[in-house]
Design a protein around this ligand. Structure first.
Ligand SMILES: [Zn+2]
Length: 140
């Protein structure tokens, strides 16, 4: 079995597994073939890091949507200003791909768990937050 490792704090501990999507597969392949790294990790988000992960994930999703929308707008503008020249479509596609790759700089993968489990984790976190707030309230 692969060692679980938190993608946020980097500690080797158990947590919610992340989805093995194409970006993760590519990074694994790159590590193996180019960097010759042999150690395999099961990538997870530990309980303590879940709130930070959620923030980073939402930020990434928003950024990716913005970048792709910008790419589409640019592509449309080039197409219109070139009076419908088909080559401008290639340039437009290039811009969209470039912006997509740029958005991956802040890449945050999706979790593997289904919605039912997500709800359970969210509930646990709100309970934890309430508890924390109570503690903070006491300190003041
Ligand atoms: Zn962690």
């Amino acid at each position: 079995m692969d060692e679980p490792r938190c993608i946020i704090c980097g500690k080797e501990k158990d947590g919610l597994e992340i989805k093995d999507d194409n970006v993760i597969k590519f990074i694994r392949l790159f590590n193996r073939k180019v960097l010759k790294k042999q150690n395999h990790y099961k990538l997870v988000v530990c309980k303590e890091c879940y709130i930070n992960y959620k923030k980073a994930r939402n930020k990434f999703v928003r950024r990716q949507i913005t970048y792709i929308a910008l790419g589409v707008i640019f592509a449309a503008m080039i197409f219109i200003s070139s009076a419908g020249n088909p080559i401008s479509l290639l340039a437009g596609a290039g811009i969209i791909i470039f912006l997509y790759l740029l958005s991956l700089l802040s890449y945050m993968p999706e979790l593997k768990i289904n919605d039912k489990e997500k709800i359970r984790v969210n509930k646990e976190n709100t309970q934890q937050n309430k508890h924390l707030r109570k503690q903070q309230g006491r300190k003041k």
